[in-house]
Structure formats: structure tokens, C-alpha cells
Design a protein around this ligand. Structure first.
Ligand code: NAD
Length: 354
């Protein structure tokens, strides 16, 4: 273990437990706010109406057009509503797409946000915002976008379909795997990472068996919270970079792309991050991190081939070129042949190789 590190805790208040959505009015008051705008995707409008009812006069409206990758046009529409309604806070109810919109509004206004996550993506615990303009996604890290309060209520995850639970859970694990070997890894975040991977590895198969299993759901949400802290605290490397390239250039779905790539990127890095990846393997109860993740993904019926989610074969070369373009830190130096072979295996749905 490295006894040379910097540890900085992020100042988010976390309210965790079944039924905790009922605490929302108090949490809004705690922020000295009284005119909240609720954000959601079109799919979750009915839920947003229920949240508005819980809030009563403290809710001034609902904006229900949140979309994947935080398109700037959508944020501008939401900003009009913020101004017209004179909102003094935002509530992001949903997955990373909705929480991303809350962050984009916070960036422009400084308004406090309460995040109420309903997937395992982890955005609620990070000071990171990705925005898309003219088809180009750019990411920034700034404390102003960090939600002030996060309410984790397991009841809101029970409807998450089994397929999205599997891919979103692997998306969460990716944050923890990369935090373990991060350049700025530290012992506290590594503890959270190992615990988060273990909680998700145990709970996801049970959720796939029975999506209404509340104990498994609570364990997965706990794991996702820890993995979200990992993403917010540690620098990410090859895995997140490749997913960013694949998602941005080929418009591949976010959680599925992470789910497919993770066994391959972890296996690629494992020989150069032996101790860190032993911890991940231990949490997965597996011999090696690549095998453990691959077996888990298969067991929970996550997609395992990029070609099955829309990457054309020609995309392998393009993604390789893009991934090699801007150098960034990774525990294993990036060699073009190795990266091409990794993407090809992920494209074909083959097992990972170091
Ligand atoms: P998402 O927010 O796009 O949700 C996917 C779909 O599932 C949506 O239609 C949503 O309404 C629906 N849904 C969500 N919860 C549900 C539930 N409990 N029951 C039924 N349906 C539900 O998906 P996501 O994977 O959570 O988020 C992906 C986005 O988040 C991407 O844009 C990604 O870049 C971003 N993200 C950002 C960060 C960060 O730190 N900035 C971290 C992770 C993800």
C-alpha cells in the first residue's frame, strides 16, 4: 500500500434509507430554499409529479426533458424555466442524465441542488459535469456542480429494469476499479472502492433474479454510492477514456458501453497494477479481476459485445486512433496494438486477456 497520498473529502450531505424521499421538504428548507424546480426525463414525469406533491408550495415547477449527455440546447430550455419561475434550487430526480442537467443549471446559476438518484451511475457524488454541444462532449470538474444533498431511497430503484440494473451496476463498479489504481489513489477511497465492488458483486445477481428484492436493491445502492465517491475523488484512466471515446464518437449507450468494456480494460491494466487489481479480484471473489468481471457480467446477462450495441467494425480502428490521440495517465502505458486488440475483443464479445 502507498503511504504517500492526499485525501480530500467532498462536502455532500447524504441521506440514505428506504422512505427517505419524505425528508425532501426538510432538506430543501435546510438549504434555505423554498422555490424548487424538479428535473426528470420524459419517462419519469409521473414520479416528478409525486415529488412535487410531497413538496407542496415549495415546488414551483417541473422540467421533464432531461436527456443523455446533457445537451446544451436542453439546458438552455431548462434555464428559461429557472428564470421564469424564479427558482432558488433544483431537484434532480433520476439517473445520470437528469442529475447532469441539475449540475449544468448549478454551473450557470450557482443554485443549490438536491439529487435523488434512481440508477447506479454515481453522478450525484461527483463535481464532474459532461456537456454536449454540436455533437462534441466536453467534461469539466468544478465544485459548484456538486449536489449539496443526496437522498438515496431504495424504493425509487425497484422499477429499474433488470437489464439497466446490470449495466448501471457495472458502470458503478468501473469507477471503483479505476479508483484502486488511480495516480491519486489513497487508502480511504481504496477502502470504499473495495467495499463498493463487493456490495455490487453480491447484490446484482440477486437483483437480476428478483428485481423487487429490497435487500439486494439497498445493498446495490450502497455500493453505487461508494463507487460514486470513488469517481468524485480519484482520477480516472483508460477505462473511462475509452468509454468516453466510444460514447462520444459512436453515440453508444452509456451504461452498456461501460459494462462491456470494464472486464477488458481491467485485464489490460492488471499486470501493471497488481496489488490494486488483487483487491478488486478479492471483492469479486475471483482469481483475477478480468475473469471476475467477465463472469459477473455474463451471470447478470449484461451485453458483452460492442457490435451488439451498434459499433461498426470500422469503428475499432477509429476508436483506437482517438484513444491514442491525447495522452493521459494510465498504470500501463498505452500501446496501439494492445488497445486495438482490446477494443476488437470487446467488439466481438470475446473474453478479456491481459
Ligand atoms: P439515464 O439517466 O440516462 O437513465 C436511463 C433511462 O432510465 C432514462 O430514460 C431514465 O428515465 C430511466 N430510469 C432511471 N431510473 C429509473 C428507474 N428507477 N426505473 C425506471 N426507469 C428509470 O442513465 P444513467 O446511466 O444513470 O446516466 C447516464 C448519463 O449520466 C450519461 O450522460 C453519463 O455521461 C452521465 N454520468 C455522469 C457522471 C458524472 O459524474 N458527471 C457519472 C455517471 C454518469
Amino acid at each position: 500500500m502507498k503511504h504517500d497520498f492526499i485525501y480530500e473529502a467532498l462536502p455532500t450531505r447524504v441521506v440514505f434509507g428506504e422512505g427517505k424521499l419524505a425528508a425532501l421538504p426538510d432538506e430543501i428548507k435546510r438549504l434555505n430554499a423554498s422555490r424548487a424546480l424538479v428535473l426528470c426525463t420524459p419517462n419519469q414525469l409521473e414520479w416528478a409529479r409525486q415529488v412535487a406533491a410531497v413538496l407542496g408550495p415549495e415546488c414551483v415547477g417541473i422540467f421533464s426533458q432531461a436527456a443523455m449527455h446533457t445537451p446544451v440546447e436542453v439546458t438552455e430550455l431548462a434555464m428559461e424555466q429557472v428564470r421564469q419561475l424564479n427558482a432558488d434550487s433544483v431537484i434532480g430526480l433520476g439517473g445520470g442524465s437528469t442529475i447532469g442537467l441539475g449540475k449544468a443549471i448549478a454551473l450557470r446559476t450557482g443554485l443549490p441542488q438536491v439529487a435523488v438518484p434512481t440508477t447506479y451511475a454515481g453522478s450525484e457524488m461527483t463535481p464532474i459535469l459532461g456537456q454536449t454541444e454540436n455533437g462534441v462532449k466536453t467534461t469539466q470538474r468544478t465544485p459548484i456542480v456538486l449536489p449539496k444533498t443526496v437522498i438515496y431511497d431504495v424504493a425509487l430503484t425497484l422499477s429499474l429494469p433488470a437489464s439497466l440494473s446490470a449495466t448501471s451496476g457495472l458502470n458503478a463498479m468501473a469507477h471503483a476499479v479505476e479508483a484502486l489504481y488511480a495516480q491519486n489513489a489513497n487508502p480511504v477511497v481504496s477502502l470504499m472502492a473495495e467495499e463498493g465492488i463487493g456490495a455490487l458483486a453480491q447484490s446484482l445477481p440477486n437483483i437480476i433474479g428478483d428485481p423487487s428484492d429490497r435487500n439486494a436493491r439497498a445493498q446495490a445502492q450502497y455500493g453505487a454510492w461508494l463507487c460514486g465517491i470513488c469517481l468524485g475523488s480519484a482520477g480516472m484512466a483508460l477505462h473511462h477514456k475509452l468509454c468516453h471515446v466510444l460514447g462520444g464518437r459512436f453515440n453508444l449507450p452509456h451504461a452498456e458501453t461501460h459494462a462491456i468494456m470494464l472486464p477488458h480494460t481491467a485485464a489490460y491494466n492488471a499486470p501493471h497494477a497488481a496489488q490494486a487489481m488483487q483487491r478488486a479480484a478479492r471483492a469479486l471473489n475471483a482469481e483475477s479481476v478480468g475473469d471476475g468481471l467477465w463472469t459477473l457480467a455474463r451471470r447478470i446477462k449484461a451485453p458483452q459485445a460492442l457490435r451488439a450495441i451498434g459499433l461498426p467494425e470500422a469503428g475499432i480502428e477509429q476508436a483506437t486512433e482517438l484513444a491514442m490521440k491525447n495522452p493521459y495517465w494510465n498504470p500501463r502505458p498505452l500501446d496501439k496494438e494492445g488497445i486495438r486488440a482490446l477494443i476488437r475483443r470487446a467488439w466481438a464479445g470475446e473474453a478479456p486477456r491481459p
